[in-house]
Design a protein around this ligand. Structure first.
Ligand SMILES: Cc1cc2nc3c(=O)[nH]c(=O)nc-3n(C[C@H](O)[C@H](O)[C@H](O)COP(=O)(O)OP(=O)(O)OC[C@H]3O[C@@H](n4cnc5c(N)ncnc54)[C@H](O)[C@@H]3O)c2cc1C
Ligand SMILES: NC(=O)c1ccc[n+]([C@@H]2O[C@H](COP(=O)([O-])OP(=O)(O)OC[C@H]3O[C@@H](n4cnc5c(N)ncnc54)[C@H](OP(=O)(O)O)[C@@H]3O)[C@@H](O)[C@H]2O)c1
Length: 560
């Protein structure tokens, strides 16, 4: 492999365009970076990259570019720890480890990696996009940008080999990540399974509302047809859904920049690209940076501050793309530069709520529709409302499987399992139960489910009650948070049943938790108390006990 000097940046902004030399230079660089025109050295082959990635458990001397003396421990790997604390914990670690600490720590797979692999891919320059971490959001993207700048300052000899070979480029946050083209050909081929980058086409079959009249929630049981998609799955896996934005939001954004909807961008129209390629959620720093270059005076100053992460008017948290444009009325960015300043529209993951043992060609999801009001505008979760209202039965959509990262039934089907999953957290446990029933697994099953109100939010009531009555679902413990004078949650029910829970744990049960992060933290606290009280241990010893359960795979969580 040879070293090549990158060619000079092409001139994209004509001399006659109404920009100062400083603005023209910046925009030329910006667009060249975004459009990847600065073709440098070829990326590494898969084999070369693989050779640089250390094998799990490999001795330090075999760790290639990661032979950096790091002990592999990641004390920051807790989604409930704030970013500043995580960065402190990683302060003295090598750069790639600090990059990992900047991630959301959920190992949720939404970026296509786990947290450690995403950091390593950036460090090895195999991944250019710094804005893929959904739970980390803008905070993570900004921190990665800072760390990336630090990367530029490392002497070449100290960088991993392929980083030296990779092209010198603007930080990746300044580059438009390749959106997943919604019009791409179905990727199911004989050689590669559908994936995040090559999703398959599946058919939307049906949606059924799981809440009854009187509920303040809107949760749907969704069924999809996987026939001919090449998709196979296991219980515990999630389905990645490639959504599209609400057409009314797309139109409002196009109107706000005063561009024609059919403005050509590559081989597509602006409207098409904004529908399925760009995120219209949280306004990215790059959008404010772009605005700062096409506006002046106080407005320019404000846009610059917002791009730096400051909050000059105390409204930064409410600024999605449309609200950001409305904050600077009358701006007319070049549509292409505008699109390139946006984040990619990313797929969303949904826990699979059925077992392939029942019907491998179908997949079921349990989806809570996200809707909320900010200021005077109703905002919609893009993927959940795409599934809840926009896609019609029979229509096709793109999807792929995100394999579970350590969230699976015990191999021994006689092992008892304890499942804790309020709200949509029930989804993977419906799948577990279907799987175990189909396999005639002899192990005992205990489900803790909870939601707001028994009368209207008892998802899959008939099914669960039937399994319970038949003795297959050994215990069904329920917690309704809004039926009484005070909140009552699954962890309250767990404490009530502490003695029995402990006896299940003592006889080897595996414990699973799925749902919101806060719930995951609170149920863990309840488990610790139960282990301490009924297992005759101090809280500290209970912590050691639970850590050992985690390590051995007997305590698995899927929280976000
Ligand atoms: C592994 C995994 C499995 C998952 N499984 C499921 C599942 O089974 N079922 C399920 O329903 N979800 C599940 N999720 C969550 C799901 O992926 C999406 O995150 C969720 O549906 C929201 O996506 P959206 O595109 O509809 O909303 P988005 O467009 O992403 O909007 C959500 C964002 O809106 C903002 N927001 C939301 N509510 C408010 C409010 N009240 N006020 C202000 N801002 C607000 C927040 O910034 C939030 O991040 C799972 C996530 C992961 C990582
Ligand atoms: N598995 C998943 O897919 C999953 C899990 C969790 C959350 N989410 C995301 O969060 C959103 C809402 O989730 P959801 O519909 O599943 O319902 P949810 O909002 O998580 O609520 C489910 C139940 O949990 C209760 N709860 C709230 N805080 C709790 C805590 N600290 N400990 C224990 N229980 C608590 C709620 O009570 P109150 O509301 O009365 O306080 C409610 O009874 C969805 O948009 C989804 O994207 C997804």
């Amino acid at each position: 492999m040879t070293h090549t000097t990158p060619p000079p940046l092409p001139t994209l902004i004509p001399e006659t365009a109404p920009f100062s030399p400083e603005q023209r230079t910046w925009l030329n660089g910006f667009l060249a970076g975004l459009l990847s025109l600065d073709t440098g050295v070829n990326p590494l082959t898969a084999a070369e990259s693989a050779a640089l990635v250390p094998a799990v458990g490999a001795p330090p001397e075999a760790r290639g570019p990661f032979n950096d003396g790091d002990d592999g421990q990641a004390p920051w790997h807790d989604p409930a720890t704030p970013l500043t604390e995580r960065m402190q914990l990683a302060e003295s670690r090598p750069l790639r480890r600090r990059m990992m600490a900047a991630m959301g720590q959920q190992d949720c797979g939404q970026c296509g990696y786990n947290c450690e692999d995403y950091a390593n891919a950036i460090f090895l320059k195999n991944e250019e996009r710094l804005n893929l971490c959904v739970p980390g959001g803008k905070e993570t993207a900004r921190m990665l940008k800072m760390l990336y700048a630090e990367f530029g300052a490392i002497p070449a000899a100290a960088k991993p080999a392929n980083a030296q070979l990779a092209r010198a480029s603007v930080p990746a946050i300044d580059k438009a990540p390749a959106p997943i083209p919604a019009h791409a050909a179905p990727a199911a081929t004989a050689v590669s399974a559908p994936s995040r980058n090559h999703p398959a086409e599946v058919a939307f079959l049906s949606r059924t509302r799981l809440n009854k009249t009187g509920s303040s929630k809107e949760t749907w049981h969704i069924e999809l047809d996987l026939a001919n998609s090449g998709i196979t799955y296991s219980v515990g896996d999630s389905l990645g859904i490639v959504p599209s934005n609400h057409p009314a939001l797309v139109d409002a954004v196009i109107a706000a920049i005063g561009a024609p909807p059919d403005f050509p961008i590559a081989d597509r129209s602006l409207r098409e690209v904004l529908s399925d390629g760009s995120s219209l959620g949280v306004a990215p720093d790059m959008l404010f940076e772009l605005i700062s270059y096409i506006t002046g005076g106080e407005r320019r100053q404000k846009a610059k501050e917002l791009a730096r992460g400051a909050d000059p008017d105390g409204d930064a948290a409410t600024l999605d793309v449309l609200a950001a444009l409305q904050k600077f009325p009358g701006i007319r960015p070049d549509p292409e530069a505008f699109v390139e300043s946006l984040d990619p529209l990313q797929p969303r993951l949904y826990s699979i709520a059925c077992s392939p043992k029942i019907d491998a060609r179908r997949v079921a999801l349990t989806v809570d529709a996200v809707r909320y009001t900010l200021g005077d505008r109703r905002r919609l979760g893009v993927a959940s409302t795409f599934l809840a209202e926009r896609i019609a039965p029979g229509a096709k959509l793109k999807a792929y499987i995100q394999n579970a990262q350590g969230f699976a039934l015990p191999c021994d089907s006689s092992v008892p399992i304890i499942m804790i999953g309020p709200g949509t957290g029930i989804a993977p446990f419906r799948a577990f139960l279907h799987e175990r029933r189909a396999a005639k697994a002899p192990g005992k099953n205990w489900l803790f489910f909870g939601h707001q109100r028994r009368d209207c939010d008892f998802f899959y009531e008939d099914e669960l009650a039937g399994m319970n009555a038949a003795g297959f679902l050994t215990h069904l413990s329920l917690a309704w948070s809004r039926d009484g004078a005070r909140k009552f949650y699954v962890q309250d029910r767990m404490r009530e049943a502490g003695r029995d829970l402990w006896s299940w744990i003592a006889e080897g049960a595996h414990i699973y938790v799925c749902g919101a992060i806060a719930m995951g933290k609170d149920t863990e606290r309840a488990l610790l108390d139960i282990i301490a009280e009924h297992g005759a241990r101090s809280l500290e010893q209970a912590g050691v006990f639970l850590a050992a359960l985690k390590k051995s795979g007997r305590y698995q969580t899927d929280v976000y």
